[in-house]
Design a protein around this ligand. Structure first.
Ligand code: UT7
Length: 331
């Protein structure tokens, strides 16, 4: 029997503390106008001390299981750049917090593309019959990685988690992941880094002890536009879809200007890009599942619509996936 991996539920969770642009203007030499104009962000959420990535991930995962009316998953994959600690992985902690005793659980590290990489590995396990239900969670506490003196990264990133429950299904069923393309290029490794925990002598200018997230913003911007556009074209070509067939492009919410540039290059009307960056900021691996949950909760994503997910992140890594939106339960 040929199996596919079908999206059975989506859910998001944001920590309660809201940080507005005005709050940040008290901390950095910046303004609400600059942040809105250059990024599209109005507010983001930050965790309070003591709240971990696994806490956020478990909340989103719990909600996805509840939305699907399920209690069990036999695989938990967590995409994160901000694990609870360098070792061991965060996913087993999340599985335990969800009461999923003994299930397979592992982390995936691909920064802002992490969710698509995690989705691919989980979908492959479901297709192969190695898992019947898989929870794929993107979760981040990026606020804990930011240099308190760096206004560029300080205004962009937010915390949160998004989860997708995959189940085994039949080819052609709405919700089946129909095409996934992933890529990477290690020559761009220096564009996005946290060097503090790196081993070896070559730590660059920031030095081996730099514990903070560093990003070469304008270079990342250009590469993100190029690779998100090309990845989207790759999945369209594989499926024989045209650009006009895309009802919603759910791009990694890094910067609203990146989303605009990608739709412009594709020739897609700008309103087909689903945008929630204004309320959550850039939540890295949590970004795409949070946007999916936002689209579902607001009724924008409807059964039968064609959806393309695409992201670019550290590594560099990039990717895209396509599906026809299923009829998902709404609690
Ligand atoms: O999520 C993973 C992938 N990440 C991304 O895709 C992020 C991609 N990059 C970006 O979104 C943008 O590059 C940023 C939002 C990070 C920065 O925006 P930008 O338009 O590329 O700004 P820039 O770095 O070219 O800086 C332009 C000016 C500079 O001032 P001068 O040198 O022109 O006087 C910066 O110092 O803007 C200044 N600036 C700021 N001004 C006020 C940078 N950050 C701020 C700020 N507030 N927060």
């Amino acid at each position: 029997m040929i199996r596919t991996a079908v999206v059975a539920a989506v859910a998001g969770h944001l920590p309660p503390r809201v940080v507005t642009n005005h709050d940040l203007a008290l901390r950095f030499d910046t303004t609400d106008e600059w942040i809105r104009a250059r990024t599209g962000i109005a507010r983001r959420h930050h965790v309070d001390p003591g709240t971990t990535t696994s806490d956020l991930a478990a909340r989103a995962g719990r909600r996805a299981l509840e939305n699907a009316g399920e209690e069990q998953a036999d695989l938990v994959v967590v995409a994160t750049t901000t694990p609870d600690r360098p070792c061991p992985a965060t996913a087993p902690t999340v599985a335990t917090k969800l009461g999923l005793t003994g299930v397979a659980a592992y982390d995936v590290s691909a920064v802002c593309t992490g969710f698509l990489y995690a989705l691919h590995t989980a979908a492959t396990a479901v297709q192969a019959g190695a898992a019947r239900r898989a929870l794929v969670i993107g979760a981040e506490t990026f606020s804990t990685l930011l240099d308190p003196s760096d206004r560029t990264t300080g205004v962009i990133f937010g915390d949160g988690a998004g989860a997708v429950l995959l189940r085994a299904g039949e080819p052609g069923e709405p919700g089946s992941l129909e095409s996934v393309h992933l890529g990477s290029d290690g020559t761009m490794a220096d564009l996005i880094t946290v060097r503090g925990r790196a081993a070896g002598p070559d730590h660059g200018d920031a030095g081996p002890d730099d514990p903070y997230f560093r990003m070469q913003g304008p270079q990342v911007f250009g590469a993100a536009v190029r690779h998100m556009t090309q990845s989207t074209r790759n999945v369209l070509d594989e499926l024989g879809w045209s650009v006009a067939d895309i009802d919603h492009l759910i791009g990694h919410q890094a910067n609203n200007r990146i989303l605009h540039a990608v739709t412009e290059r594709l020739g897609l009307p700008a309103q087909r890009a689903l945008v929630n960056i204004d309320r959550v900021g850039n939540t890295a691996a949590a970004s795409i599942p949070l946007a999916m949950a936002h689209g579902h909760d607001t009724g924008r994503l409807r059964k039968g619509q064609r959806v393309v997910l695409t992201a670019f992140g550290g590594g560099a890594t990039w990717g895209a996936a396509a599906l026809t939106w299923p009829d998902l339960p709404r609690l």
